[in-house]
Design a protein around this ligand. Structure first.
Ligand SMILES: CCCCCCCC/C=C\CCCCCCCC(=O)N[C@@H](COP(=O)(O)O)[C@H](O)/C=C/CCCCCCCCCCCCC
Length: 218
């Protein structure tokens, strides 16, 4: 049965996520919010298949996806077609809490920023997976990537809970299997294809947020 953002009990397929990230960029390099959110939905499917210990992470991601989907489907949905149009619309109309949480605790800009930071974690993690060897530990790769990215934005309790959850990650062979791609060489090849796309989406968003001083939204 699917939940309201459609991520429950569906089998993960890395190719699908890759296809979604391919669709994210417009010709003039704007990031389509619909496909960005769909990419995250696919990743959450993967997370869900790893077990309930990751439930608190999945729940937060689903919550953020849902906030963005609500904007996309709302009466001002046309302003949320791309991340660029969302930023412009929300800033022009003072719909973003810029320095402390106030009237707009769930703006599109601050919500997307949380997923954007997680995309950096993903980029680092996938690069480690791609260059890993048979005996590499997924938990170590995950936690190193987390410490270099998301952890800097999380309080102690979340860092602690995340660290404990990472210890429950399956080993590399089982992890590759859940990715549903084929033998390890194929996984590595597909990661090699996926990473430049993910990096480009990340960098375009990072530059946009930096340009508007939005990288520290509360
Ligand atoms: C291609 C296949 C291999 C990789 C598959 C990865 C699948 C990962 C799927 C989802 C990742 C979850 C993204 C989580 C977004 C977290 C956003 C965030 O930072 N939220 C915090 C701040 O929000 P506000 O309070 O300011 O609203 C929030 O406090 C966090 C709560 C939950 C903990 C988040 C821990 C994030 C760890 C990310 C690593 C996921 C490990 C997955 C293991 C494969």
């Amino acid at each position: 049965m699917a939940d309201s953002v459609g991520v429950d009990n569906q089998k993960f397929c890395l190719q699908e996520v890759l296809d979604t990230f391919k669709l994210c960029l417009s010709e003039n390099k704007e990031v389509y919010l619909e496909h960005y959110v769909a990419g995250w939905r696919g990743l959450v499917k993967f997370l869900n298949s790893l077990g309930s210990v990751f439930g608190f992470i999945s729940k937060d991601a689903v919550n953020k996806i849902q906030i963005l989907v609500t904007f996309l489907n709302g009466e001002n949905g046309s302003q949320y077609v791309t991340v660029q149009s969302m930023v412009k619309y929300e800033l022009d109309n003072q719909l973003v809490d810029l320095t402390k949480r106030g009237s707009y605790p769930e703006s599109g800009c601050r919500t997307l920023l949380r997923l954007h930071r997680a995309l950096r974690w993903l980029e680092l993690f996938l690069e480690r997976l791609r260059t890993s060897t048979e005996d590499s530990k997924t938990s170590a790769m995950c936690s190193e990537s987390y410490n270099e990215s998301l952890a800097q934005h999380h309080p102690w309790a979340i860092r602690k809970a995340s660290g404990l959850a990472f210890c429950m990650l399956p080993g590399r062979p089982a992890f590759f299997e859940v990715m549903n791609v084929g033998p390890p060489e194929q996984v590595v090849a597909m990661l090699g294809e996926a990473l430049p796309l993910i990096s480009e989406v990340y960098q375009i968003t990072e530059d946009l947020y930096a340009q508007h001083n939005l990288l520290d939204l509360p």
